[in-house]
Design a protein around this ligand. Structure first.
Ligand code: LER
Ligand code: MN
Length: 267
């Protein structure tokens, strides 16, 4: 298992400096924003070559969701994601993390009644993923479908729902992102869910129970990592968190060490 990180305000802005900083902090890779990848493709490619630090994956950086209520926004999102996948292939990144939607609707917050029913949601998601499957196959990349917690999305909250959709569509290039923050809210037993979805989990996001840096909250990472080890997971685990503390850079370094210790304990 390898560690990646998303961008942070305390990283340098020039790409080579950013990747060197990420490496020095103890990470193995960078999870890039999709818009940054598209806009700065050649700079990213040169920085990866110069530093030897790969871009593992992409997250965000497109407008419109694959499950968007608005058809024009959904189409725009799909077109953006397709372009991102072409760029991902160009720099050797594995694929893109994609939720059904983020912050569009929650069944647990007012008005609580969505403008579309669950059957229609499913049809829209199958259509979107079917379109992305073709581009992912052509670019030899993967769509890492990501269940989010109930307050951030109403369509896919658990690994099980993500898997059902992937199986229903017969997709080969769509796998699952297991995000510890969301799983902590939605899964009855994180380790068991990982074990049950061994065939589909191909990307991991890390944050502690409160979405701050791992080690600051009360998440049991060791049992989750043990489950990942058991299923032979050898992919990336990307830090996706806010950083709490007086000296964020120092806290972040400490967090990398904390996670490496958890990985060691899980052996
Ligand atoms: C949002 O909470 C999240 O986890 C991101 O990875 C969205 O793709
Ligand atoms: Mn995530």
């Amino acid at each position: 298992m390898k560690l990646a990180t998303q961008d942070k305000p305390f990283f340098p802005t020039d790409m080579e400096g950013k990747l060197n900083c990420i490496k020095a902090m103890g990470f193995d890779a960078y999870e890039i924003d999709g818009a940054v990848l598209v806009e700065r493709l050649e700079e990213v490619k040169a920085a990866v070559e110069a530093t030897g630090l790969p871009v593992s994956s992409v997250c965000g950086g497109y407008s419109g969701w694959i499950g968007d209520f608005d058809e024009n926004r959904r189409k725009k999102g799909l077109a953006d994601i397709c372009r991102i996948l072409e760029c991902a292939q160009h720099i050797g990144a594995k694929g893109i993390v994609v939720p059904a939607a983020w912050g569009m609707f929650s069944l647990r917050l007012p008005p609580m009644v969505p403008p579309r029913n669950a059957e229609e949601d499913k049809a829209v998601l199958l259509d979107s993923l079917g379109k992305l499957e073709i581009v992912a196959e052509a670019t030899r990349t993967t769509v890492f479908l990501e269940p989010l917690n109930r307050y951030e999305d109403h369509m896919i909250n658990t690994l099980e729902t993500a898997r059902e959709l992937i199986v229903a569509g017969g997709f080969k290039q769509v796998k699952i992102t297991a995000d510890f923050f969301h799983m902590n809210i939605e899964e009855s037993d994180i380790a068991r869910s990982i074990a049950l979805h061994r065939e589909w989990v191909e990307h991991v996001h890390l944050a502690d129970s409160h979405r701050y840096q791992p080690g600051d909250g009360h998440m049991d990472f060791v049992s989750g990592f043990r489950a990942l080890k058991k299923i032979g997971y050898d992919g990336f685990m990307a830090f996706e968190c806010r950083v709490r503390g007086e000296n964020p850079e120092w806290e972040y370094k400490k967090s990398v060490q904390f996670i490496r210790d958890c990985m060691e304990k899980a052996r």
